[in-house]
Ligand binder design. Structure first.
Ligand code: TRP
Length: 436
């Protein structure tokens, strides 16, 4: 099975150059690797934890979505969606909340930092703590576990949360899995190779330090003005400068190929003035970012296009999330009443329930979309041909779920090896019945 990579971006701000170099660019590059199935989402439920300004939330969702798309995210390869379009997230959040120890949440850094700040300011420890903030790691675990992600690329500050997600997953598997792994245990992935981009003052580029270089905002002029404010030493033109000791150079190098880097370093050692050096940095970044900025402007001017892309993403994401959630509901005991009423019947009913086959939709390296139907024991009942469009596969699955075996008449599917048609028809009938 391919490796699932998932990450979320909290929608409270406007992306800056540091976000682009540190997160967006490497994530998009990684999503192009073969054998990787990527899930990127706008963590807008998380945004509500930090921000109670609706307009800012709305604006930020638009800007972040447009940024990822303008930066070259290929949404036919990647599942790109909004957290709040996936109601299964909040449902799983509750299932996980019920198996998470309060003591573990007491140890979460984000919560502790808020408490420490309140205490330092002479306030009640919990003065600024909402339950949203307190339980934030559980929501994050739900994001990750809902898609059974293997790898979660994050910043260092998030590693603790991924460990908590692993813990919760393990506890859930132990309590409800009956020996099965309901959840994959996710692994944090810190991109060591991606340097954290320094900001104007040399500290990590971050909105909270007010030292950012805008990515698209304000156009080329804002870029130029920001680069002009990058702090350097006071060596004059003609004096040799040490490229190893200037964060202007780190910013330059994040956009330069090896030859351009080497030339820039050599020229600085040879006395290139900081003013000229900054001009080169502006040109270099502009060459990289300018075309993306045009795409960005076009997208922001057409929010309905972004909306459509996100809706399609939500559909793809939910095709993965809903079957897992059904399984989880079963596992914790949220079952149909018939199955619980009579102990005798319960056995038969649960056997019948577990005999319900499942449709899976997926994409192969040939870039086509497929679906298949597997029996409860994992054997293959039906295998579709490849479709150019995901929605074609989805349409067929929908027809099977409503029409049952009748859809076999014209569906482009083959029976699984060793399966006879009667077994498939019975399975489809069970599936239709289970929907009702
Ligand atoms: N909390 C993360 C942050 O602030 C964003 C996030 C939400 C996330 N859910 C996630 C990241 C799931 C990775 C996986 O950066």
């Amino acid at each position: 099975m391919s490796q699932r990579v998932l990450t979320g971006i909290t929608t409270t701000g406007t992306p800056h150059l540091g976000n682009y170099v540190g997160a967006i660019r490497p994530a998009i590059a990684a999503s192009r690797e073969p054998g990787v199935e990527s899930f990127f989402f706008l963590a807008d439920y998380h945004a509500l934890i930090k921000c109670d300004d609706p307009d800012r939330i709305e604006r930020s969702r638009l800007e972040i979505a447009a940024t990822w798309l303008a930066a070259g995210l290929d949404t036919s390869r990647v599942t790109f969606y909004r957290q709040s379009d996936i109601p299964e997230t909040t449902e799983l959040n509750w299932l996980l909340t019920c198996v998470t120890a309060k003591g573990q949440m007491n140890r979460a850094h984000a919560y502790k930092a808020t408490v420490d700040a309140a205490v330092a300011a002479g306030e009640e420890p919990d003065a600024n703590v909402t339950m949203g903030l307190y339980c934030y790691p559980i929501l994050m675990a739900a994001d990750i576990l809902l898609f059974n992600a293997h790898r979660v690329p994050v910043g260092r500050d998030q590693v603790q949360h991924i460990e908590m997600a692993r813990d919760v997953a393990q506890r859930f598997n132990h309590l409800f899995g009956k020996g099965r792994e309901l959840f994959v245990l996710p692994q944090a992935e810190i991109e060591e190779s991606v340097a954290t981009l320094p900001g104007l003052d040399g500290r990590k580029m971050s909105k909270s330090y007010d030292n950012t270089v805008p990515l698209f905002e304000g156009g080329p002029k804002a870029l130029k003005d920001a680069v002009a404010r990058i702090v350097t030493d006071s060596k004059l033109p003609g004096e040799p400068k040490d490229p190893e000791d200037a964060h202007l150079v780190t910013i330059h190098d994040a956009f330069a190929d090896a030859a351009t880097r080497a030339a820039f370093h050599a020229d600085l050692r040879g006395g290139l003035g900081w003013g000229d050096a900054k001009q080169r940095v502006v040109q270099l970044i502009e060459a990289h970012v300018g075309p993306m900025r045009d795409r960005y402007a076009d997208l922001v001017a057409h929010p309905e296009r972004i909306e459509e892309i996100l809706q399609e993403g939500a559909r793809k994401a939910r095709a993965t999330a809903t079957p897992l959630l059904d399984e989880l509901r079963q596992a914790v005991g949220l079952r149909r009443m018939v199955a619980a009423s009579k102990p005798q019947a319960a056995k038969a009913a649960s056997a019948e329930k577990s005999a319900v086959p499942v449709f899976k939709q997926y994409r192969e390296p040939d870039n086509l979309f497929y679906f298949k139907l597997t029996a409860a024991d994992g054997s293959l009942l039906l295998q579709s041909q490849g479709f150019a469009e995901g929605r074609e596969a989805g349409g067929w699955v929908k027809r099977f779920k409503t029409e049952g075996a009748a859809a076999l008449a014209d569906a482009p599917v083959a029976l699984g090896e060793g399966t006879d048609r009667a077994a498939v028809e019975a399975a489809l009938a069970a599936l239709v019945a289970a929907q009702e």
